[in-house]
Design a protein around this ligand. Structure first.
Ligand code: ZN
Length: 305
């Protein structure tokens, strides 16, 4: 047991080393065999959807945790972790629901955009392009993760124990696609997202889904300290994506918007793309590119506590 523990801590340490290094998001270190395999699987999916090459190996991936099926849960960082960047840190997450195909390419388009000629002196951008890889990398992608859990109903929100299973059974008639899990934060993909937020303390979170065709916001109310700034960004994001519809979608027990936005007061923006049609990814990226670049540059004023 002791030996196991020391091997484990050594392994954890070596995996974590990459995380604390200064990072430009590109031209990373040598890929581990596990990440290489992951990139190969992703390349096959990109081929299937005719999305071109991932160039997955050109990014510097951070990797600490695996899914329950052993697939790496990865993220990349643009910028340096310092006090200047801490005033404007954005986390972008895609591929939370694997059958929503278009958001995965959306994050890929974003990281390709960010690696070319953007200045990260005063900001940090953390991108997790495929939060629930087991739901996307399989033959027929699913909403739920490899263990049949909807990871966007699995966050340990205050109402989870009281409402998550009850609401799932009543409002969703036990729809397996929305299964919140047996207990909160039971899934590695949920813990992965929580840990990114705890580690980087973002000033805003942007999460990408499909197909509801709307822009949703959860976070500080308008009268709160940083609420006006968050509201301004919501409207600017809409404006810069041809007036994309803003709509207030309810939060659910165990959802990210509830855990990060409502409970932790981190402005959380959900982009719901119009559909999951993999032919449309260029169109969607072109629609949101300006909006995303703008959002990443937007500094919340005054800064969040
Ligand atoms: Zn979704």
């Amino acid at each position: 047991m002791k030996l196991f523990k020391s091997i484990y801590s050594l392994l954890f340490f070596s995996l974590s080393v990459g995380v604390s290094q200064a990072n430009t998001g590109i031209e990373g270190s040598q890929l581990s065999p596990q990440i290489s395999k992951f990139c190969e699987r992703l390349d096959q999916k990109f081929d299937q959807y005719k999305w071109g090459k991932t160039e997955c190996e050109r990014f510097k991936w951070n990797h600490v945790r695996n899914s329950n099926l052993g697939t790496p849960l990865i993220w990349t960082v643009f910028g340096e972790e310092n006090s200047k960047a801490a005033e404007n840190t954005t986390i972008v997450m895609c591929g939370i629901h694997g059958d929503e195909i278009t958001p995965v390419k959306f994050c890929w388009d974003l990281i390709n955009e960010l690696r070319d000629g953007h200045n990260f002196e005063d900001k940090l951008v953390v991108v997790a392009p495929l939060v629930a890889p087991d739901s996307f990398l399989i033959q027929s992608p699913t909403r739920t993760n490899g263990r049949g859990v909807d990871v966007n109903r699995n966050f340990p929100t205050k109402d989870w124990h009281k409402d998550a299973i009850k609401k799932w059974k009543s409002a969703h008639r036990s729809d397996l696609r929305k299964n919140p899990g047996k207990k909160p934060a039971s899934e590695q993909e949920t813990i992965f997202q929580m840990n990114l937020i705890i580690r980087y303390k973002p000033n805003k979170v942007i999460t990408v889904h499909a197909p509801l065709s709307l822009l949703d916001y959860d976070g500080p109310t308008w009268s709160a300290k940083n609420g006006d700034s968050a509201k301004l960004l919501l409207h600017q994001m809409s404006e810069k994506s041809s007036g994309y519809k803003i709509s207030s979608y309810p939060v659910f027990p165990g959802s990210l918007g509830n855990w990060a936005g409502k409970e932790r007061h981190i402005p959380t923006y959900t982009i719901e793309l119009p559909n999951s049609d993999y032919h449309k990814t260029n169109q969607f990226w072109n629609l949101f590119k300006e909006s995303m670049v703008y959002a990443i540059n937007h500094k919340m004023v005054p800064p969040i506590d």
